[in-house]
Design a protein. Structure first.
Length: 596
């Protein structure tokens, strides 16, 4: 479903900016890592120079007694340089262990914060599994890219520059050959990898699609089993898995081609420089020590540049992984607080809808010209056929959707001009199908009020008659309910949701058929709790079972996105042409039929 979301274009600068937002709090340790590795590699360039002197001294033919002190001095210098390298390496490792884990945690936190502020519509059009995958890959991409930058790219360029400078002062021609070779190899790597990035992005998208499909199917595993659709789901998963395999194979094939090109170029330069060095040595232009020096440099550079292929590949792979999350970070939030938005303070709880219209994507009209005032403390029921717009009405009230036109006022304040947090703090919702966290019952009921004490939470649970099933659980309120509350029945989940609403103690209450999953005995108990809960509050009840709303102060009948009629239960039944009367007569087992 994510294909319906229009993501902004993402460039390398956007990815680096996103990474910097997480890194800047630990930037000192990051630069400590870089500085340590720069100094370490400069020192490594000088070490072979002492080996050159060592072998040149041996080649003089002098006795050990004559050159012993000089050889020992060289060995001591080599030991000192290796000691410096060891200290720098340990420092860079320590600095990495400080900045990297905290930066990864910060990036995940920033992703979480921004992601969770996206609109209801965004999540309706996204796979939850795919979103989780994007966040995790974004964090892993930083780890991969920062490792490659600090431990591979920086050392490579420092080492190449240092070696070329040293070789230039010894043999300018060989240094020139090295410069040309390095530039050609880097150009081939970068250009080839830039061309290949589109295949990495396709592979990353295919991976997200596979993860999303898997998460969606696992979440709905019970539905799959009940409808005996495992073969078709398996076929669907096989299809997306094969698509991922094909896209990954393409990306990896081009990686193999690049490695083949690079290995040939490395072999060519090793052979060429070896040949030149031998010829110079035969002509007496270089010593045995210089020959050893050049070979040490060539082997070291060959290893570094061989790694560079993987560095480039990982860098572009990391970019492709990070790009998917940065798309979300750059996507503006669908619903935001207005500048200088005020905090909503509900004194009486009057709700007014003025010329309210709402359409999905400007095409499918759901609500038209709704004008309605709900008085403070009034109990109002919304009824109508399925798809009439009742649930949309509630989502507009909660600002999960934005009206196409018109406005909603609470105590005279336009909800578009108050903070979303304060708006939702003043409204308690009991949905028809509550989804719970995979946490304890105490945590789930306590979600209605941050900071609620265990005693307050248990009091709310008792009022919602949760004790009837909690008392029979071995761990009581400390029982984990499973993912989405799967360990509880539908009625038990609804009682937990009612307990949340009781604990929240908000001045406005919205019940989306809060007793639809209860048996007759439980319903009678819960109805008493709801009557107590609604007392002194403005209450909106979405009714699928009309028998539960007879005592409402007013019943609003919505049909085809408009208010068809309103009145009390008795008033509406007394009208001969009443739509409500027709709906009442079409009750089947206490529930409202979808057709009228």
């Amino acid at each position: 479903m994510e294909k319906y979301l229009q993501y902004p274009a993402v460039h390398l600068g956007d990815v680096l900016t996103a990474f910097w937002q997480g890194l800047r709090h630990r930037k000192l340790w990051f630069f400590t890592t870089v500085a340590s590795l720069v100094f370490l590699n400069i020192v490594e360039v000088f070490v072979p120079l002492f080996y050159r002197d060592f072998f040149d001294l041996l080649a003089t033919g002098q006795t050990p007694a004559e050159i012993g002190n000089q050889l020992m001095s060289i060995i001591v210098m080599i030991a000192i340089l290796h000691g410096i390298i060891w200290v720098c390496y340990r420092l860079s490792t320590y600095a990495t262990t400080i900045y990297q884990p905290y930066t990864i945690a910060k990036l995940k936190q920033q992703s979480f914060d921004y992601l969770m502020n996206h609109s209801y519509d965004f999540f309706s059009n996204s796979f939850s599994g795919s979103l989780v995958q994007r966040v995790n890959r974004f964090a892993r991409a930083f780890e991969r890219l920062s490792d490659r930058l600090t431990w591979n790219v920086v050392p490579l360029f420092v080492k190449v520059a240092g070696v070329i400078v040293v070789v230039f002062f010894i043999q300018p021609l060989i240094a020139t050959v090295l410069i040309v070779w390095v530039l050609v190899l880097l150009a081939v790597n970068i250009l080839f990898s830039r061309w290949k990035i589109k295949y990495d992005i396709i592979a990353a998208a295919a991976d997200s699609k596979t993860t999303g499909f898997l998460a969606d199917t696992i979440t709905n595993h019970n539905t799959v089993q009940l409808f005996s659709n495992l073969p078709s789901e398996a076929a669907g998963f096989e299809k997306v898995s094969n698509e991922q395999a094909r896209s990954t194979k393409t990306a990896w094939t081009y990686d193999a081609v690049l490695e083949a090109i690079q290995s040939f170029m490395i072999f060519a330069i090793e052979f060429l420089l070896f040949y030149f060095t031998i010829k110079y040595w035969e002509r007496g232009l270089v010593t045995i020590g210089v020959f050893v020096l050049f070979q040490a440099y060539i082997i070291n550079l060959a290893d570094r540049i061989w790694e560079f292929t993987r560095v480039i590949r990982d860098a572009y792979q990391g970019y492709a992984d990070a790009k998917e999350m940065v798309e979300i970070l750059l996507l503006p939030h669908g619903i935001t607080d207005a500048p200088r938005a005020k905090s909503l303070e509900v004194a009486s709880g009057q709700i007014s809808l003025i010329d309210l219209n709402f359409s999905f994507n400007q095409t499918r009209e759901v609500l038209r010209n709704i004008n309605l005032t709900i008085k403070p403390g009034e109990k109002v029921a919304l009824v109508g056929p399925s798809g009439a717009g009742k649930t949309t009405f509630v989502r507009l009230l909660l600002r999960l959707y934005q009206p196409t036109s018109g406005k909603i006022l609470i105590d005279g304040m336009d909800i578009a001009h108050v903070t979303q947090k304060s708006l939702r703090q003043n409204i308690a919702l009991v949905p028809q199908d509550p989804i719970l966290f995979h946490r304890t019952l105490l945590d789930n009921i306590g979600y209605g009020q941050n900071g609620g004490t265990p005693e307050q939470i248990k009091d709310a649970g008792r009022l919602a008659h949760c004790d009837e099933f909690i008392d029979h659980l071995p761990s009581g309120y400390d029982t984990y309910v499973g993912e989405r509350g799967i360990k509880l029945s539908g009625g038990e989940r609804q009682r937990v949701a009612i307990g949340r609403a009781i604990l929240k103690n908000a001045p406005i209450l919205v019940l989306d058929e809060a007793t639809s999953s209860l048996d007759s005995h439980s319903e009678s108990l819960i109805q008493d709790a709801l009557n107590t809960l609604m007392n002194g509050r403005t209450a909106i009840v979405i009714a699928h079972r009309l028998s539960t709303i007879q005592k409402m102060d007013r019943i609003i009948v919505i049909d085809k996105g408009q208010i068809a009629e309103e009145g009390s239960h008795e008033e509406l039944l007394g009208r001969p042409d009443s739509l409500y009367k027709k709906l009442w007569s079409l009750q089947a087992g206490g529930f409202l039929k979808d057709q009228v």
